[in-house]
Design a protein around this ligand. Sequence first.
Ligand code: SF4
Ligand code: SF4
Length: 99
Amino acid sequence: MTDSKKDYQKILGSVQKPVLGEAGCTGTWSQLKPIIDLEKCIPAKSGKNACFNCWLYCPEAVVSRTIPPKIDLVYCKGCGICMEECPVDAIKMEVIEEK
Ligand code: SF4
Ligand code: SF4
């Protein structure tokens, strides 16, 4: 194995993968919830395994890599990163009404 490959593996080994529920029930932190517009979402529209930026960048690992993508609101903390990373503005953040 080359030195550069070993260095790369060392860096990757230090990155923690997000795990569902690891930080508790993070959905209770949220004041906003993401809504995916399936008319705009690339995999939902095309039926193809494409994009999935929302799945890739979600820090809570609560977005499924499915067609269409689904968001588990029990653990979604409402950070809005998925909205920022969506290339076609298919995600909007809505205010969660007080019960
Ligand atoms: S980032 Fe946007 S277009 Fe891409 S899969 Fe998610 S919702 Fe769909
Ligand atoms: S708002 Fe989006 S990125 Fe943030 S936790 Fe919820 S699904 Fe994940």
